[in-house]
Write a protein that binds this ligand. Structure first.
Ligand SMILES: [Zn+2]
Length: 294
């Protein structure tokens, strides 16, 4: 049984270092099952879901975050939404995209290709979301997120993300960490962190060996005497519902719904984020027509 999914935040060196780590094996496996992703697609989606949660945990209560990778590789696109409550959802355009193993690793960079990363931060109280579009560094996700944090948020960060997929396609380990250098960090602190990050094992290996998020942070912050600030559960959760589907149908308009009713007798709608399928039957469509007929 994998460890329960968990995210841990810590600080070190008199708050000049901020670090976050998450183990996300269960939710990445859930995403794989929902979307029936092939191994390379599972790794790409799993890394992005984990990045969404790590960045999402830095948001304010009423903010949401979207990560959108668009590339010319076989995956075409990865879309992830996360919030500050530890909830994440996501999908890829081509779930069966898979490439040969490269240098002993799943070739996520090849599957994404070259393109752009768009990060959207939306606040419930703000009219316009904050949007940042950057060219991809490698398509490997971790380095692209680090590039975003440095260029758009002005925070030098090391980002490591990993997903281990078994030959039978199940995800048996997933997780990641972000270490950030905050204003006032000494040269010594920065050098020590760089050395720690360089010698850290791949995060998918650490999780596979049973490391908890705290243990991952202990390796990354080795020699710092870090303080754990918070621990929170993380999960795959989509807020779609039959009510929302009905709302979309109402928005289509009476003529459209009448047309569907006549031609199909029922409507099936699939949520692209979680692959949940909603079927609206004949009777429901008729009552929808009644309720929208004014
Ligand atoms: Zn959904």
């Amino acid at each position: 049984m994998p460890l329960p999914d968990l995210l841990v935040k810590a600080t070190a060196a008199e708050k000049t270092v901020r670090a976050l780590s998450a183990v996300t094996t269960c939710l990445v496996e859930e995403a794989r099952m929902r979307h029936q992703t092939a191994p390379t697609a599972s790794a790409a989606l799993g890394r992005t879901l984990t990045a969404g949660l790590l960045l999402g945990s830095m948001l304010k209560e009423d903010e949401t975050l979207s990560l959108q990778f668009l590339g010319n590789g076989p995956l075409r696109g990865i879309f992830v939404d996360a919030n500050a409550q530890g909830e994440v959802r996501g999908f890829v355009y081509h779930p069966r995209a898979h490439l040969p193993i490269r240098n002993g690793k799943l070739d996520v960079g090849g599957a994404v290709g070259s393109g752009t990363l768009t990060v959207i931060r939306a606040q419930s109280w703000a009219k316009e979301p904050y949007r940042s579009i950057l060219p991809l560094v490698s398509g490997e996700i971790g380095s692209d997120i680090a590039h975003y944090l440095l260029n758009s948020e002005q925070i030098p960060s090391a980002v490591s993300l990993g997903v281990f997929v078994r030959p039978d396609e199940t995800v048996v380990a997933a997780g990641g960490f972000v270490v950030q250098i905050m204003p006032g960090a000494s040269g010594e602190t920065i050098a020590q962190l760089e050395a720690n990050v360089a010698k850290a094992k791949p995060v998918s290996q650490m999780v596979r060996e049973g490391a908890t998020p705290q243990e991952i942070l202990m390796q990354v912050l080795d020699g710092f005497g870090a303080t754990t600030l918070a621990e929170s559960a993380v999960r795959f959760n989509c807020r779609c519902s039959l009510d929302r589907v009905l709302g979309v149908l109402i928005a289509l308009g009476k003529a459209e719904v009448e047309d569907l009713l006549r031609k199909e007798g029922q409507v099936s709608v699939t949520c692209e984020f979680c692959n949940e399928q909603y079927t609206v039957g004949h009777a429901e469509l008729e009552s929808l027509l009644g309720s929208s007929a004014q």
